[in-house]
Each structure stands twice: as C-alpha cells, then as structure tokens.
Design a protein around this ligand. Structure first.
Ligand code: GDP
Ligand code: MG
Length: 436
C-alpha cells in the first residue's frame, strides 16, 4: 500500500465508529471521487451500492477499525470492477496476429512498438510490425523508426492504399520469414467515423486476428467510454490497452471501460519510451487510484465532515442549554467501541485536538453508564429536575451510591460549562480547568 493510503488508514483507525449516516456520507464522497476520476455515473452508482451492501453485510459499524475495513472493501470492489485478475494475450496460432484499433493519437503506433519489444525480450518471440496507416506517409515512417529502435522488422508497402491487402500480404511475408507474431498497426481518425470503422472491420475480417486490442488514451476520460463502445460494437475486441498513464490521470477510464464493454484491460502504457509498457494489474490500479488520495482521503474527509455535522448539532444544543445526559452517554457509547477514555474526550467537539495529550484515567468514569441508564428520559434531557429523592432512586437502580450520582452530576455540570466556554472561544480557560 502506498504511503498516503497508510496515512489515511492511520487517521481512520483513531477515528471511532462509522455510523450508518457516516457510511452513506462516505459513499457519497467515494462516488464523487469516482466521478471526478471520469467514471461514468451509472458505474459509480452501482459501485457505491455494492460497497454499501458489503459494508453493511460485514457489519462495518461494529468493528473496531471501521475506517480500515471500509477502505479495504472499497479497494477490493475497485479491483473487482477492473477485472479482478490479470489477463494475458493469446498467442496460439503461428503466426499469431495482433490487430491494433483506436483513435488517432491514442498511442497505437507507439504501443505496437512497445508490444513488439515486450514480446521479443520477455517471451523470446520474433515479431513483425505492419504499417497499415496508409493515409499519412509520416505514419509509415514513424513505425520504421520505432522498428529500428527496438530492432524489429517492419513491413510496409509504398504506394499501396489498401490496408486489407497490406495486412494479408504481411502475414504471408511473416510466414516466409519466420516471424511468429504479426502486429498490425492501423490508421485512426480524430473521432469515430463510418469510413474508419468499415476499414478496420474489413481488416479484422480478412486477417482474423488472435487478439484485437483497443488502444485508448487514458486522459480522454468520458469520451474513452463512448469510443470503446463504438469499437467494441464493430470489432468485439479482446482487450484494452490504456496508454498515457504516466501523467496524473487517475485511471477512471479503466473503470468505466471495463464496466461498459466488459472486456479486460490487458496492458498499460506509461511513457513514450519503448520499455514503458506494463501488464495491467487490477489490484495495482486500485492501489494507484486509492494511493493518489482520490478515495481514501475522501473517506477520511467524509468522516471529518460527519463529525463536524455532529458537532454543529451538539453546539446548537449547548447554546440552547439542551445538552443532556443522552448526549453525554452517546459519546461514551461511541468510545466503548474503541475502548479508550481519551478518545471520548477527543470526540467532544472542539476539545479533541486540545485535549489529545492530557492524561485521563479510564476508570474515573466507571459506573457512569449505569447511572445514566437508571435515569428517566426527563432526567436525562433536563438534569436540573434531579433532586435528592431522585438521586436516591437512581443510585439504587444503578447499584451505586448517592455520592457517585452527585459526582457524575458535578462532572456533567463541568462538562456542560466547558462546552459553553468553548463556544465562547474560551478554549484556553477550559484547558486550565482541566489541568487542575
Ligand atoms: P497513434 O496515432 O494511435 O498511432 O498514436 P501514437 O503512437 O503516434 O502516439 C501519439 C502520441 O502519444 C505520441 O506523441 C506518443 O509519443 C505519445 N504516447 C503514446 N503512448 C504514450 C504513453 O504511454 N505515455 C505518454 N506520455 N505518451 C505516449
Ligand atoms: Mg499511428
């Protein structure tokens, strides 16, 4: 896991319980992050629904480290969404034929070279590159330059404007010259058009490739999905190549494409050089997306936001003198899940940061819960009604003494006062009080 992820988890660990509201809030943020990363709306929504089901199914709310579990669920689902496992390419026939498709500028020519180089060095194959982009002389030349760089033969036919014929001839040439992999680079347009689609479909039908790869620039975001869909409708391609992932793209295109066309992403391009190619690992991609702070920091932020909301509600109550034992016990119950008194104080809105380092004895509040439970709802919301006889009843009911009830009343009183002071900006005064 990346540093950022670690850090975020660390923060979450100390962050207490995730409530149902909090899960919803968190998922809203996750969804926003996905949308920001160019995942389409439907996919993002389905994704967060799945995470929610899983989170509730695993009872995230009652675990000790809900934040961590939440992040794990998000990461697992993200991995699953991008295909789960790594999918290789099929090189069965001899020669194996690989057809590149995609828009102009997506990185087909560059990737053709990278793949040839990869197969040559990693799989000891003898590839042949084929130039079928007949409309631009520069394109043919570009492939020759690439071929020279990686020392792979390039097949092209000067003056022949029929890419189907060139591709067919190239395969015959490969057979004669002992090439066991043929990589066919094709022309692309700036946008999907009928002519281009017909041409690539014709090539596809003529050479029946072992692998048809759809190459897409990961920086094109939402458009990538529509393009992928158009190409898939026509070619029923076998896999996706995601290029230009070396920039600060978040990889949202990967998620969208996978879920829209349901084809595996097989390779990624991470630079202009010939060795900037990687097999696609869904789990790593999930890490990348999370590690970039997209989701994790948002999970974190959502929690903070939630805390702030709670704090605001509480502040209103304090201002209206409505802070009661119910609110008090809510804080305690939250802490009980985490098991530390210090964290209780940490949860008191506004006091958290100031008091984090003050030492507090966990035992000091023993019995508090029992006492509060023995109070009537009225006594909890309006503690001022608790007179002597009520105290006696409460002490009896909770198995404590009147003295202990008095002590709690005093503590509660102090806490209410402190909170009022904090609202008036008297945080320092309060700390002095605590110091005593
Ligand atoms: P084609 O029109 O589909 O053949 O695209 P090209 O292979 O000619 O690539 C278009 C531009 O994108 C070129 O300038 C490439 O150097 C660049 N390019 C291709 N792949 C990558 C990549 O993975 N990372 C970066 N940074 N640039 C890339
Ligand atoms: Mg090209």
């Amino acid at each position: 896991l990346s540093d950022k992820l670690d850090k975020a988890l660390h923060v979450l660990k100390g962050h207490g319980s995730i409530t149902e509201v909090n899960v919803a809030e968190t998922l809203k943020e996750v969804r926003r992050a996905l949308l920001d990363a160019d995942v389409n709306f439907k996919t993002a929504k389905e994704f967060t629904n799945r995470v929610k089901d899983k989170a509730l199914g695993q009872d995230v709310l009652t675990t000790l480290q809900p934040g961590q579990l939440m992040v794990k669920i998000v990461k697992d689902e993200l991995t699953e969404l991008m295909g789960g496992d790594t999918v290789g390419i099929s090189l069965k026939s001899s020669p194996s034929v690989i057809l590149m498709s995609g828009l102009q500028g997506s990185g087909k020519t560059t990737f053709s070279g990278k793949l040839a180089n990869y197969l040559k060095t990693k799989k000891t194959k003898k590839p042949l590159l084929v130039a079928c982009d007949v409309y631009r002389p520069a394109a043919i030349n570009q492939l020759h330059v690439v071929g020279e760089q990686i020392k792979v033969d390039v097949y092209s036919e000067e003056g022949n404007m029929d890419p189907v014929a060139i591709a067919t001839n190239a395969i015959a040439h490969a057979k004669q010259n002992g090439h066991n992999v043929v990589i066919v680079d094709t022309a692309g347009r700036l946008a999907v058009d009928e002519e281009m689609m017909t041409e690539i479909a014709n090539i596809h039908n003529a050479i029946t490739p072992d692998e048809t790869l759809f190459v897409v620039d990961s920086m094109t975001g939402q458009d990538a999905v529509n393009t992928a869909k158009a190409f898939n409708d026509k070619l029923n391609f076998d896999g996706v190549v995601l290029t230009k992932l070396d920039g600060d793209t978040r990889g949202g295109a990967a998620i969208s494409i996978k879920s829209v066309v349901n084809k595996p992403i097989k390779f990624i391009g991470t630079g202009e050089k010939m060795d900037a190619i990687d097999v696609f690992h869904p789990a790593r991609m999930a890490d990348r997306i999370l590690g970039m702070g997209d989701v994790v920091s948002l999970v974190e932020r959502a929690q903070e936001q939630f805390d702030e909301e709670e704090a605001r509600k509480l502040q209103k109550k304090i201002a209206k003198n409505q802070f009661g034992f119910d609110d008090f016990i809510k804080q305690i119950q939250q802490v009980k899940k985490m098991g530390s008194m210090k964290d209780l104080i940490g949860m008191i809105p506004g006091a958290g940061k100031a008091l984090k380092d003050v030492d507090i004895d966990d035992d000091a509040f023993k019995g508090i819960e029992a006492i509060i439970h023995s109070m009537t709802p009225e006594e909890r919301s309006t503690p001022s009604v608790i007179n002597g006889s009520r105290k006696k009843r409460i002490a009896k009911g909770s198995g404590t003494s009147v003295q202990e009830v008095n002590q709690l009343m005093k503590q509660f009183d102090q806490m209410s006062k402190m909170m009022k002071m904090m609202q008036g900006g008297g945080g320092r005064k309060m700390m002095q009080m605590m110091g005593k």
